[in-house]
Design a protein around this ligand. Structure first.
Ligand code: ATP
Ligand code: 6CM
Ligand code: CA
Length: 547
């Protein structure tokens, strides 16, 4: 038994009584950490006696407790009617709503209704349980919600109204909702207008692009308030205080998937309600000392840049645009020349191929958090900078089909283990994946491994490094259109950038960077990972439990 479980058991009981749960007598008890109920004697059916069952719910996973007769907006009219009939038969009843786990990391809000022998006892259960819930100070009470009505399959508004708002209401979480009217509406509102003091968190209803808006708004606001200049590539950014919740309603939703384990609105709503907290690294991207953007998931040049550039013209296709553009980019089989230089991470932060996946309670991320706190306590900024630059820069020059920096696994429904399965959410590093020029068949093999259990790094043309910073410099500065191979300049050493005779995605000397689904205007970039700059209402992926 773990220390925590022992602690839970040894807590003094706050309340204990005999109650009725659907005609079954139970002994119910509540302490600071857990609410348990145990069947007293199991009714015998056809002479077969059944072992009494018991159930334990951590207080931290209780969503709410209400009088059984209270109105419930999550219920259909028919269920409401049944509830009223039940309340007439058993007037002194309360309902406990709590988190249950189902398959594939999905959470659901379950309920159990208990009947008491007197109205006083019923009130006492509700009051004592609510007191315990009010001690959980990490739970948000007031949220600012932004909905992108056009993300993914354009279902953001419905998803929020049908699946999320009723659960928030049940949990007593209030929300101010803004349905965005244009791109960057949420970002601008957060950066300059929103009165953030009155909120305990910001919720994003949309995809990775919408999340990116919230990220940029919150990070910019925090830096502005603290007079930190985002244009300085080496500046230490101030962490954001407000947590961000993601209700997935986009096309890839990889930030939600990689931090929760599923793209399910109700699961996300429950992580928000119970006040989960997952720190996350953020990459800053600069071009010649000018700030371009932040990234939390993928910074991809070459293949993923080309996929994105093409898919933007097909937004009307919805999520399927990525499949079509993916096939096109694969057939074009472009490669790009350039120089990548990077600052490797310290050895104690693991390796992209060590198969130590970042999971709930990840020891590597937790170690990073405590050492970061220690460093803040003991060292000044200068010492911190020295520690972080103890290893030396490496330089790699070549022809690349793809250069991908994965700040986290980038797991998503298309690739359940992600671009870099062992990348960490909050370790202050990104995994830099270099896919060198290779045959189409080899690249196909590499891509295919993103969808099965084989190691996508186990190819001679792929290398992967865990890094704290990196720079990229394209080799040929001027973009070249390759409509026809014969039009190539007769430059010594010039390498045709496309092996395709007909260019389905216009092939140039440059690709573009896909920065969390947004295209960057510059190919030459400098990137730094900022450890644990933001926090999400999530906990990382839990190890799969048998349900
Ligand atoms: N009201 C709006 N009108 C037009 N565009 C919007 C609006 N609100 C937000 N956007 C923009 O829509 C873009 C796409 O949104 P979102 O990320 O929600 O969906 P997606 O691109 O389908 O999904 P994913 O990013 O997961 O692939 C974002 O870049 C965002 O800036
Ligand atoms: C033979 C079958 C091969 C299949 C290979 C599939 C590999 C899929 C890897 C997917 C990695 C997604 C990384 C996340 C990127 C997001 O920031 C971005 C915005 O939402 N999405 C895309 O760029 C969308 C990118 C879509 C790429 C197809
Ligand atoms: Ca990371």
């Amino acid at each position: 038994m773990t220390g925590q479980a022992e602690d839970t058991k040894s807590q003094p009981t706050l309340l204990s009584s005999k109650l009725l749960l659907q005609h079954q007598a139970v002994e119910a008890a509540l302490n600071r950490h857990v609410f348990v109920w145990k069947e007293i004697e199991k009714s015998q059916k056809r002479g077969i006696s059944k072992t009494p069952r018991s159930h334990a719910v951590p207080v931290s996973e209780i969503v709410a407790i209400h009088h059984a007769e209270d109105e419930d907006h999550t219920k259909s009219k028919w269920d409401q009617k049944k509830k009223q009939q039940f309340s007439q038969l058993f007037p002194n009843s309360f309902t406990v709503f709590y988190v249950t786990r189902t398959k594939h990391h999905r959470w659901r809000c379950s309920e159990a209704t208990f009947s008491c022998s007197s109205p006083e006892l019923c009130e006492q259960w509700i009051q004592v349980t609510r007191e315990q819930l009010s001690l959980l100070t990490n739970r948000p009470k007031r949220l600012l919600v932004y909905i992108n009505p056009f993300g993914g399959k354009k279902r953001g508004r419905r998803i929020y109204e049908d699946k999320v708002a009723p659960v928030f209401q049940r949990a007593g979480v209030s929300a101010d909702v803004i349905v965005t009217e244009r791109a960057n509406h949420a970002r601008d509102h957060l950066t300059t207008e929103a009165n953030l003091d009155q909120y305990d968190g910001v919720v994003c209803v949309g995809g990775d692009g919408m999340f990116s808006e919230i990220l940029h708004g919150l990070v910019a606001r925090t830096q502005n308030d603290n007079k930190v200049d985002q244009n300085r590539p080496d500046v230490e950014l101030k962490p954001c205080m407000l947590r961000i919740g993601i209700i997935p309603a986009g096309s890839t939703d990889c930030i939600c998937f990689a931090t929760v384990g599923t793209n399910d609105p109700v699961t996300s709503a429950l992580h928000i309600i119970i006040g989960d907290s997952q720190p996350m690294d953020v990459c800053s991207v600069h071009h010649n000392d000018v700030f371009l953007r932040y990234s939390v998931s993928l910074l991809g040049y070459g293949f993923y840049g080309d996929v994105l550039a093409d898919s933007e013209k097909k937004r009307w296709l919805g999520p399927a645009r990525y499949d079509l553009s993916g096939v096109k980019a694969f057939l074009c089989h472009n490669h790009y020349k350039g120089t990548v230089s990077f600052l490797p991470a310290e050895d104690n932060l693991g390796h992209p191929r060590d198969k130590l996946q970042c999971r709930f309670g990840c020891s590597i991320c937790q170690h990073k958090q405590s050492s970061k706190e220690k460093l803040r306590e003991t060292a000044d900024e200068e010492t911190a900078a020295e520690v972080s630059s103890s290893s030396s820069w490496k330089v790699i020059c070549g022809k690349f089909i793809a250069i991908n920096a994965a700040n986290m696994s980038c797991a998503c429904p298309r690739s359940p283990k992600g671009l870099s399965p062992s990348a960490h959410l909050a370790d202050g590093t990104a995994d830099l994946i270099l896919v060198r020029k290779c045959s189409r068949l080899d690249f196909f093999r590499h891509l295919l491994r993103h969808t099965n259990t084989d190691d996508q790094f186990d190819h001679s043309f792929v290398e992967v490094h865990r890094v704290k910073k990196f720079h990229f410099e394209p080799l040929d500065p001027q973009p070249l259109l390759l409509e026809n191979q014969s039009e190539l300049p007769k430059k010594p050493g010039f390498c045709p950038m496309s092996s395709a005779q007909t260019t389905c995605i216009p092939s140039t000397a440059h690709s573009s960077w896909n920065c969390d689904g947004e295209i960057l205007n510059h190919a030459a970039i400098q990137v730094s990972v900022h450890c644990q700059l933001i926090r999400l209402f999530a906990r990382g992926i839990e190890e799969q439990q048998r349900v």
